[in-house]
Design a protein around this ligand. Sequence first.
Ligand SMILES: Nc1nc2c(ncn2[C@@H]2O[C@H](COP(=O)(O)OP(=O)(O)OP(=O)(O)O)[C@@H](O)[C@H]2O)c(=O)[nH]1
Ligand SMILES: [Mg+2]
Length: 185
Amino acid sequence: MAELKIVITGCMGAGKTTAINSISDTPLIATDVGTTDEARLEKDTTTVAMDYGTLTIDDDRVVYLYGTPGQERFAHMWEILAEGALGVVILLNHRREDPLADLEIYLENFQQAIANSTAVIGITHVDESGDTDTTAVTPYYDYMARHGLDYPIFPIDARAGAQVRVMIEAMAAMIQLDEETDEAV
Ligand SMILES: Nc1nc2c(ncn2[C@@H]2O[C@H](COP(=O)(O)OP(=O)(O)OP(=O)(O)O)[C@@H](O)[C@H]2O)c(=O)[nH]1
Ligand SMILES: [Mg+2]
């Protein structure tokens, strides 16, 4: 059985904890605490260390999902969680003021993990933006074209397990495994 470690990162409120909770076969392990100060305006709780869940894809592959804290003040966890990851999911909240700037922050901070593996981009909160899925993804494709990147982009609602699952399955399919050892190659 191949064990695939995938890290889900992205800004506060993008839906990392929600996404893992919506697809995990095992009860979510979360480290959310009540938000304080300015973050309180956005939501009631925030991840301070990590989320953890699992997803069995098929008889051959199980995914271990690690969610990061979004807030940069907990960024010391990012490198720890990225260690040994076979894929990085960047979730972007389409309603934020400058989601392309967010994308840049996470691409930069997870540069090494992405270079050693692969990445996919999930765009959340599209339903609250007035855009359609098709119009929403355009600026992200344009950004990637400008930067010579070609990661798959999925408009998803983190609350909808079926949508999250399609994205994670796509990422799992991008990870090449050695047929004999089941190790990533
Ligand atoms: N309307 C809407 N709400 C969404 C969508 N995706 C996620 N949410 C909501 O947005 C919030 C996301 O919260 P979390 O899952 O805690 O976000 P997080 O990325 O883990 O945030 P931090 O741990 O603070 O970095 C939840 O209330 C979700 O229900 C979406 O596509 N549309
Ligand atoms: Mg969280």
